[in-house]
Design a protein around this ligand. Structure first.
Ligand code: GDD
Ligand code: MG
Length: 332
């Protein structure tokens, strides 16, 4: 069986749990460690040998293309499928697949998962097991907010999306490989959930669903706390990303202690910036300011003696001198 060289990235969700950050910016375009989150995933795909990727967009669809263009800047072909009305995760896959040019299995990514999982390993696993669908799985303490699976050997025997009493703690970690025949069974133009419809239906009709368990770093960035953690974990090296390595190599950002500071930012020598914080391009941080575990947007200005903890400051916002913010959003 041929190895996957095509991918679809599901980036059409509303990012409700991230409001107000997602009022003008779709969740996958929020900055994580200095670049839009989606860039971490696109570069990961390219690194695993993927040649073409379709971004399945809906909410704020127009924000993606000006940044990613045709993908040549990232060494991969990028196209855009726009859903006028959100089609759900399954409908989005069926719609986006129409825009793929290559044949063979398709890698599908949830657009909000930061992981160090072995994607090349999963692509090989899918081929070697002659799976119809293979799912990247991980283990969590509490599976209630996720899709939990039951297994027998490498075979998945049940898929259980978001339930009060999940049968296991092994969950869908948000990266699938689908054979084309399976994608062609998804009805076009209908709202379909891959988790609630496509997976259970494929199991019921005897398709081979295999689970690729990988317990390396995994994080769904869908909440503000998780988004801060993603940046902080990349800076500390707990999480890894080739796109982040490329950003550092470009010289646009430098690590300073436990913070990441844009080379074009001006940070007072008497300011304390740390604990996984990032200061964006052309931002300014005044004398005696304290910034811990926070995101300072491009062009933002942080006044003297300001005190920020676990907070988000919007691009170009002016955060007044002497003010305090803990767990807050400012300027969105
Ligand atoms: N194009 C498009 N259209 N994309 C969509 C749509 C849609 O209608 N709805 C959701 N998405 C995208 C989201 O942007 C996100 O990247 C991905 O699909 C998953 O949606 P979430 O809303 O983030 O789902 P979740 O986090 O509650 O649950 C999913 O992820 C878990 C792992 O993080 C499920 O796949 C669970 O089974 C899984 O465990
Ligand atoms: Mg999610």
């Amino acid at each position: 069986m041929s190895r996957a060289q095509s991918a679809i990235l599901l980036v059409g969700g509303f990012g409700t749990r991230l409001q107000p950050l997602t009022l003008k910016t779709p969740k996958p375009m929020l900055s994580v460690a200095g670049i839009p989150f989606t860039q971490h995933q696109i570069v990961k795909a390219r690194d695993a040998g993927i040649q073409e990727i379709v971004l399945a967009t809906s909410y704020l669809a127009e924000i993606f293309e000006p940044y990613f263009g045709d993908g040549s800047r990232f060494g991969i072909k990028i196209r855009y499928a726009v859903e006028e009305v959100a089609l759900g995760t399954g409908g989005a896959i069926g719609n986006a697949a129409n825009m793929l040019h290559e044949d063979g299995p398709v890698v599908i990514f949830n657009g909000d998962v930061l992981s160090s999982h072995d994607l090349k390993g999963q692509i090989n696993f899918h081929a070697e097991n002659k799976a119809d669908i293979s799912l990247y799985l991980t283990e969590v303490e509490d599976a209630r907010a996720y899709g939990a699976v039951e297994m027998s050997g490498v075979n998945i025997t049940s898929f259980n999306e978001k339930m009060e009493n999940p049968p296991t703690n092994i969950i869908n970690a948000g990266c699938y490989i689908f054979n084309r025949e399976i994608i062609s069974t998804i009805p076009q133009g209908e709202v379909i959930s891959v988790e609630r419809q496509t997976f259970p239906q494929a199991l019921a009709s005897g398709k081979k669903l295999c689970g690729f368990v990988d317990r390396s770093y995994w994080l769904d960035i869908g909440t503000p706390v998780a988004l801060l953690k993603a940046t902080s974990d990349l800076i500390s090296g707990v999480a890894t990303s080739v796109a982040y390595d490329e950003l550092l190599a470009s010289g646009a950002y430098k690590k300073k202690g436990t913070a990441l500071i844009a080379t074009s930012a001006k940070v007072s020598d008497s300011a304390l910036v740390g604990n996984g914080s990032i200061v964006g391009e052309a931002a300014r941080v005044g004398d005696g300011a304290k910034i811990s575990h926070s995101i300072i947007g491009d062009g933002a200005q942080i006044g003297d003696r300001a005190d920020l903890e676990s907070s988000f400051i919007a691009q170009n916002a002016l955060f007044p001198a002497g003010s305090i913010a803990k767990g807050q959003f400012f300027g969105f």
